[in-house]
Write a protein that binds this ligand. Sequence first.
Ligand SMILES: *Cc1c(COP(=O)(O)O)cnc(C)c1O
Length: 341
Amino acid sequence: MVIDLRSDTVTQPTAAMLEAMMHAKVGDDVFGEDPTVNQLEEKCAQLLGMDGAMFCPSGTMTNQIGIKVLTQAYDEVICYKGSHIYKYEGGGLAGNSNVSVRLLNGDRGRLSVTEIESNINNSKDAHQAHTSVVALENTVVREAGSFYTLDQIKLVSEFARSKNLKMHLDGARLFNALTETKDNGAEYGKYFDTISICLSKGLGAPVGSILAFKKEFELKARRMRKAFGGGMRQAGFLAAAGIYALDNHIHRLKEDHKKAKALGDALKNSSWVKSVMPADTNIVLFEVASSLTPEKVLTKLNEHHIKALPFSQTEIRLVTHLDFTDDMLNKAINTFKKISF
Ligand SMILES: *Cc1c(COP(=O)(O)O)cnc(C)c1O
């Protein structure tokens, strides 16, 4: 048995999900004729309180299109310094949107009005890039899945709009955040112009992300998806997995969160661990003891059939998911107790 905790993207589709995919009614989605894609897009628009939504192959594409439709070349985007759009999308913002970024520290990645306010450029000064977007991430992957409440988001959004800034959300793990806050996802539409969510993370679909948008951005978003090469044909087979995931896998995310907390607690008590960030959702991030390196620890974990991800010079990341069972949790915790260096 291999216990793969590198990411919540490693899951296999369940038998029931595959069954739903097999029976999907499909058509050519570039012509807008795939009924299952259309159903998924309508469902997501509703879930997020947005005017429309668009199915894409990846969350990187939905983020990149989101920023593209909200900016012009030479603009500046305000985001957390460890945000996925900046750090993990291959420099896409520079290449795709020709924008600069203003990187903020945040409170475990959560941006405040005060910090944003002091980082908006003077739009009348020709020296300075034109600040046009605030991009938030919820949950924040680089900060062990910390999350915003809707009240925090409302404050940021109302302030940003008072400064004529657009709002983008990287909600790759938005449903993990909603599981903890019990906020209604449909309220999110009030506070953002574009929202990206991933179906292939904790929700367990094999492929797919959604960009939800306000009506005014739909045409440009669909044109950009074509330009980026993301227009798919009989994509309904994949969309069916997404619909199945939204209907069946949201309610169980709390199980992943419980398991992440249990892993975090076990790590806190291990001699080879220096510190553990609070596991607020399904991500555990810890620093190895000063005498060790992530590589050394990962080699030892591998010997015990546990896979994890090196996350910096000193940190290792674990992510819980649909295929991480109670049995695996017990085995992982026992291994953490057992190993020494
Ligand atoms: C995974 C992830 C994405 C999108 O990743 P893809 O692998 O391109 O689907 C975007 N934002 C965050 C925070 C993520 O964790």
